[in-house]
Design a protein around this ligand. Structure first.
Ligand code: ADP
Ligand code: MG
Length: 741
């Protein structure tokens, strides 16, 4: 028995064979592969290339043509790194069939890793035109493939015979691992292992949706036979990745709809006209459309689960109030929740004003309420005396018991994804309806993934009387002019915001910069005006009282951190200056700017870019050298790059105020992971699919997933067993999907 314990036993299943048993691997390389998360044969099959070296056009130097992608083989003669005005250049001379070829790389010093005289390699790139037939061919930034150590029989072969593949896969590597190692191991594995892979899709499904079978696709993703094979292989995996997610979302949605019952709160013509009499404005066309969608949902016995998207200032609150009134008219309670206390209190004030003529009883619920008051409020909610409950997330955490909760409205929720959506107990056997509102314009591709189980309404029309906002990047030499303008507008009776960005992760720092900006402005440029500051560390009563004074016009200029970001609504405030504007993301800038231009006065937004000296560079960007001058240069380079990038972002922001357009651009710049915190909030990283690049496949899978779930709701047909297993494995826990069988 002792013997078997010493060496791991080989797994019967060749796919699950430990990697060190695989041909061409061995114990030390196995450890390196482990570092890449590869433990078993099957892991390597799914370790996909990050790109390909196109080897379709293999030539000897005398056959080369300019500006066409071609590959030549050769032997390293010498190389050097030369400084240039903007960095450095690696110059490599390669001898090929008695002719020299020169390869150059700008600012990629790492490329010389692995260079050695006499080492044989393939260069793939576009040669530059030779001025004369005596000069050498030159390739800028060619891709390199090392020719491996050759066996005796291989020694006599031409490189073109060694590399018969039209594309060479290029894998993400780690130290101690070379492309040709991986290629060699994969070549062995790909011989017959792929045929063992289980196929999740039924055969007919593959045919109907033009998907390559798994074995063919695995081969094609590593060593495609031609461009079409590569394309089809990629499509198969992208499709599968999106499809499983869409299937999971469709099933969750369906489970939700069959398992939960909601109270029917039907809208009658009488209720409708009563509500409209209470509202201060006639609804816009957009509001009417959305109100109707919501009213219909509320009239069904299935809990509504709807996301209302509307740009800042589009009038979501009024839509929410309509739904709340419909709920109350049907004898149920409603909850309105906001992410911050400032915002919740603003809602409270607004709604109290709005409903002052009616006899609707509103209960505020915030953290830190005195115990006696709180007990009283909780009692009112329990008996049903309180019809509308307004507050922060404290509503979820507390031990509130409702008498009969019909609707939950969650405002400005943009930081949540698939995982969490707070569920409140209604007090009856029914579940409440949910309306989630967000001003973050979410590109459709994201809505479909993160919120794929929600219905979406879009409020795409601004209320009448909105004014244009002019946005300008204001450089240091134009600031004085901007402040002149700012003062002139204040004198005309307008109000303004000065937004101070987060300086560091430390809240203390934030606070200090708010206060110092306040002091500078109040003793200088804005000394004739009434200023106040607002930051996240203040007590809520303090914040509330400042907001009230600002709203009432007792304060002219509010200096604040991004706490004013969401939802604050003061129509007379038409000016905004954002310090270090580049430190905010586009989405956040858009939220900030949405605070102005809310009334009949045109808005003006100034973006102050961070001054050169204050642009911070992280040490990673200039590490890797001990040479002081070199370090300075790297630092300067990184700073230059960072400034150019921020300026680009600010320019995009300056160019449009369309939230959806900005969101799309932001998504392109930053990638979806960053934008909505998809990582933290639910969606596991995609292996190959890309939300932006592959959005048409995403759309396709959404439709196909809905179709499939409609035809086989529990995925209980034997043909769908593997799909079901995969989706439970990947999303079961995450999306809280019970066994669907
Ligand atoms: P957001 O969608 O950003 O939450 P709000 O609900 O705060 O927008 O509305 C922005 C402003 O538009 C408010 O001052 C509100 O009173 C006003 N408003 C909303 N709907 C209408 C309407 N139908 N007609 C005129 N003004 C409206
Ligand atoms: Mg709002």
């Amino acid at each position: 028995m002792k013997e078997t314990a010493e060496r791991p036993v080989r797994d019967e299943d060749p796919l699950r064979c430990e990697i060190n048993w695989c041909k061409g691997v061995g114990p030390s390389r196995a450890l390196i592969l482990n570092r890449l998360g590869i433990f078993r044969a099957v892991d390597l099959l799914f370790y996909f290339p990050r790109e390909y070296q196109d080897m379709r056009d293999f030539r000897s130097p005398d056959q080369l043509e300019p500006d066409k992608l071609q590959t030549v083989s050769g032997e390293i003669v010498r190389w050097e790194i030369r400084p240039t005005k903007r960095g450095q250049v690696v110059v490599l001379d390669v001898l090929s069939n008695n002719e020299y070829i020169q390869a150059i790389w700008f600012n990629q010093p790492m490329i010389i890793y692995g260079f050695a005289p006499g080492r044989r390699l393939l260069l793939t790139g576009k040669p530059k035109n030779k001025p004369t037939s005596y000069s050498t061919w030159q390739m800028a930034h060619p891709k390199i493939a090392w020719l491996p150590d050759l066996t005796e029989e291989e020694k006599d072969l031409e490189p073109s015979e060694l590399f018969t593949d039209p594309y060479l896969p290029v894998y993400p590597l780690t130290e101690g691992l070379q492309q040709y190692h991986l290629r060699k191991i994969l070549k062995f594995l790909l011989e017959d292992l792929p045929d063992q892979l289980p196929e999740v899709f039924p055969e007919k499904y593959l045919r109907d949706h033009q998907l390559l079978p798994i074995a063919d696709a695995v081969r094609g993703i590593h060593f495609p036979a031609d461009p079409d094979h590569l394309e089809k292989s990629r499509r198969r995996f992208i499709y599968q990745e999106f499809f499983i997610l869409q299937l999971a979302l469709a099933i969750r949605r369906q489970q939700h709809q069959t398992a939960l019952k909601a109270p029917i709160m039907e809208l009658t013509a009488r209720i409708d006209s009563r509500i409209r009499r209470i509202l201060p404005y006639a609804l816009t066309g957009g509001q009417n459309k959305v109100v109707q969608e919501i009213a219909e949902d509320l009239g069904k016995p299935v809990p509504m689960n709807r996301l209302l998207q509307g740009d800042v200032g589009s009038g979501k609150t009024l839509v929410a109030v309509y739904a709340i009134l419909q709920t109350i008219a049907c004898g149920k309670q409603a909850v309105l929740m906001a992410p911050t206390e400032v915002l919740a209190r603003q809602h409270l004030t607004n709604i109290e004003n709005l409903l002052s003529a009616s006899r609707i009883r509103i209960a505020p619920v915030f953290g830190g309420q005195p115990a006696r008051q709180r007990a009283m409020i909780l009692q009112e909610i329990k008996t049903g005396a309180a019809q509308l409950i307004v507050g922060t997330q404290a509503i979820i955490c507390s031990e509130i018991e409702f008498k009969d909760l019909g609707l939950v409205v969650i405002d400005e929720q943009h930081k949540f994804g698939v995982r969490q959506r707070a569920r409140l107990k209604s007090g009856t056997k029914f579940d409440p309806h949910y309306l989630v509102m967000t001003a973050t314009p979410i590109p459709r591709s994201i809505t479909m993934t993160l919120f794929g189980d929600l219905d979406v309404s879009v409020l795409d029309e601004l209320p009448p009387g909105r004014s244009k906002i002019t946005t300008k990047i204001v450089n240091a030499d134009q600031r004085a002019k901007w402040w002149d303008f700012f003062r002139k507008k204040l004198k005309d009776g307008r109000q303004g915001y000065v937004v101070v960005s987060r300086v560091s992760e430390q809240e203390d720092e934030d606070l200090r910069s708010v206060i110092s900006t306040y002091e500078d402005l109040s003793s200088g440029i804005l000394s004739d005006y009434r200023l106040a500051f607002l930051h996240g560390r203040m007590k809520s009563e303090e914040k509330e009282s400042i907001m009230n004074r600002f709203r009432n016009g007792e304060i002219d200029v509010l200096i604040a951190t991004s706490v004013i970001e969401v939802g604050v609504d003061v129509p007379n405030a038409s000016l905004m200056a954002i310090e270090n504007a580049d430190r905010f993301g586009i989405a956040q800038l858009h939220q900030l700017r949405g605070r102005i231009g809310r009334g009949c006065f045109p808005g003006f937004c100034a973006l102050f870019p961070t001054e050169r000296s204050a642009v911070e560079i992280s040490p990673e960007e200039y590490s890797g050298t001990s040479n002081k001058a070199e370090m300075e240069r790297k630092k300067e380079e990184a700073r230059e790059k960072k400034m150019a990038e921020s300026l680009e972002r600010l320019r995009i922001f300056e160019s449009t105020s369309d939230g959806f357009e900005l969101a799309e651009k932001d998504l392109e710049i930053r990638g979806p992971g960053e934008l909505f915190g998809t990582r933290q909030h639910g969606v596991p990283p995609m292996m190959i699919a890309d939300l932006i690049r592959d959005r048409s496949i995403l759309q396709e899978t959404r439709k196909d997933a809905l179709d499939l779930v409609r035809s086989d709701p529990g995925l209980s047909e034997p043909d769908h067993a593997k799909l079901r297993k995969q989706l439970l494995l990947r999303y079961g826990k995450l999306l809280d999907i019970g066994d669907v069988g």
